[in-house]
Design a protein. Structure first.
Length: 296
């Protein structure tokens, strides 16, 4: 079977499984009692110690079937940034910046909140849907075209076929990749991948938007469009998780910060206070320009 046919088969299986999982998940969420302060995210002594076991496109576990599709998806996203005993709560509409050195667990935290990883210990309860943009590829399938990936990704995140059709032109126009819409995603540049992925994810109605450093890739004109879209979502009451090394971006969008260090949450407070502590720790360790927050 060709790579493209395998990809289509895998996408169909993941889509079928995803529909079942999402439907069951949101039935479950409806039964969660939301406490008096309307907490929408609660992490309680959460930890994750997944190991990177490598990545094989399709061949490692044989021909795609539901079990192998699950294995492929799970192992492909697992990183090597452990988290230990992390606890925090989030209220609707909060804008949270997550800072820390490379390998401190920032991406792992977002994956746990997004539900694409499961904690090894403790719990994370998320009472609203999430729109995660955690990796440059946006979870898109390399062998499928941009057009096919829009439908697949939007569908997996809960959009109905009718909603996808209604928003399709807007997604394509925002991304600026219309000329390459029928080109396999693997041939896209990093900037094109980010543009299409952000366009899809930011078009979702999910109350929680999660962006993990991917906007560092791409031209300034598109970044400005992304910043405007993020601000628009915040004005609508969206909750934001933003991972960035840009002090300018963190101050622009976030009011609260989470500082991860060695897999532990060492500071949770106002974003300026959290940034000051992180920068102080960085300077104490030698002040590497690559890990310190970049100034505008």
């Amino acid at each position: 079977m060709s790579d493209r046919k395998s990809a289509l088969r895998l996408a169909w299986l993941m889509g079928s499984a995803g529909t079942i999982i999402v439907n069951d998940y949101f039935v479950l969420l409806d039964s969660f009692p939301v406490d008096g302060n309307h907490t929408i995210i609660e992490a309680w002594h959460a930890g994750s110690g997944f190991k990177d076991v490598g990545y094989s496109r399709f061949g490692k576990w044989g021909s795609p079937n539901l079990t192998n599709a699950h294995r492929h998806y799970t192992y492909a996203i697992c990183g090597s940034e452990p988290l230990r005993d992390v606890s925090f709560t989030v209220e609707p509409g909060e804008a949270i910046g997550v800072v820390g050195r490379n390998g401190s667990g920032k991406s792992t935290l977002l994956k746990l909140v997004a539900g694409v990883m499961i904690p090894d210990e403790g719990t994370i309860e998320v009472r609203e849907a999430t729109a995660p943009l955690i990796e440059i590829t946006g979870g898109f399938v390399p062998e499928l075209t941009g057009r096919e990936n829009i439908s697949l990704s939007a569908g997996l995140h809960g959009m109905s076929p009718k909603e996808i059709a209604e928003r399709f032109d807007e997604i394509v126009e925002f991304s600026g990749v219309g000329e390459f819409l029928d080109t396999p995603f693997r041939h896209y540049s990093s900037g094109m991948k980010v543009r299409l992925a952000f366009s899809v994810i930011s078009s979702l109605d999910a109350p929680i938007l999660m962006v993990d450093e991917v906007l560092a890739v791409g031209d300034q004109a598109f970044k400005d469009k992304c910043y405007a879209r993020i601000q628009e979502r915040l004005d609508q009451g969206c909750t934001l998780f933003l991972v960035s090394h840009s002090a300018k971006d963190l101050k622009r969008f976030c009011t609260r910060g989470l500082y991860l260090k060695g897999g532990s949450l060492v500071h949770d407070g106002p974003i300026t206070e959290v940034m000051a502590r992180y920068e102080g720790d960085t300077l104490d360790r030698g002040g590497s320009e690559r890990t310190a927050l970049a100034r505008p």
